[in-house]
Ligand binder design. Structure first.
Ligand SMILES: Nc1nc2c(ncn2[C@@H]2O[C@H](COP(=O)(O)OP(=O)(O)O)[C@@H](O)[C@H]2O)c(=O)[nH]1
Ligand SMILES: [Mg+2]
Length: 247
């Protein structure tokens, strides 16, 4: 029956940069069940960042970018000989496991996260040119910003209006009109934490570590790659990706 496994040889193009995007399944429902803060829950973001840290240690990507319930990885060495089914299934299940362990370790969710709550992620593979890498992350970051504007607009109006009224009030509003609505409520998005506006990034930076030469017992310094979780990302541009040695 091996001949029926017709997708198992589907491989990523070996000349491309490879991004993988994971997205939480039914996380709108999960956010209600676990009573996440609206529009942003810091502890949920921390759980995603911690789970992504595990993903980083396991697969050593060049970069991970998180916003809302999605995680994009830019792969370094492509695992599983580039087999798409393997990459998608292993990354998504690894993330589901890491996320579940993180959430179960938090006191706050202990009574809410029961056997009726299940965590899963979908996954897709995206081959990109070098220029495409920057364009891809810029696009995801634009989406993070739109998400921030829409989220704050929706939940600010919901304080005084029903769901239906809020939808009507927001219908076909342009972004400057949404900023105006927020401004009237004393909310300036520019003052919101950077992670809400621009997402969260994981990348490595070189650090000096001191050790002892076992033969001479002299102090020696060497360089190690340390994974950094950046909660204060700038707006993405080519300079950022160069400076962090991502591309
Ligand atoms: N309350 C709350 N909800 C969040 C947060 N981050 C993500 N979400 C929820 O996750 C959803 C992610 O969008 P999407 O993937 O399109 O929805 P899904 O198909 O239900 O997973 C959002 O619509 C929110 O409902 C958060 O910080 N707080
Ligand atoms: Mg989702």
């Amino acid at each position: 029956m091996k001949e029926c496994e017709i997708f198992s040889n589907l491989k990523v193009p070996c000349t491309s940069n490879i991004a993988v995007r994971l997205d939480g399944r039914n996380f709108s429902q999960l956010s209600r069940k676990l009573e996440f803060e609206k529009p942003y829950d810091l502890e949920f973001a921390e759980i995603l960042a911690e789970a992504s840290h595990h993903l980083f240690k396991e697969f050593n990507p060049r970069f991970i970018y998180i916003f809302s319930d999605e995680i994009s990885l830019l792969l370094g060495e492509v695992p599983f000989a580039g087999r798409v089914e393997k990459i998608d299934s292993v990354m998504a299940s690894f993330m589901s496991g890491a996320f579940t362990r993180e959430i179960m370790g938090r006191e706050r969710f202990s009574g809410l996260f029961d056997e009726t709550a299940s965590i899963s992620f979908d996954s897709r593979v995206i081959p990109l040119s070098r220029k495409g890498v920057i364009a891809y992350f810029k696009e995801r970051q634009m989406e993070a910003w739109r998400n921030c504007l829409n989220g704050y607009s929706y939940w600010t109006l919901r304080k005084e209006h029903s769901k239906e009224e809020t939808m009507t009030l927001l219908h076909k509003k342009k972004s400057n009109q949404l900023h105006e609505i927020l401004f009237q409520q004393g909310i300036n998005l520019a003052q919101m934490p950077a992670w809400q506006r621009r997402g969260i990034g994981l990348y490595t930076r070189k650090v000096e570590v001191e050790g002892l030469n076992p033969l001479t017992h002299e102090k020696v310094t060497s360089q190690r790659n340390k994974i950094t979780i950046d909660w204060d990302l700038p707006m993405f541009d080519e300079k950022f990706f160069n400076e962090k040695s991502i591309i």
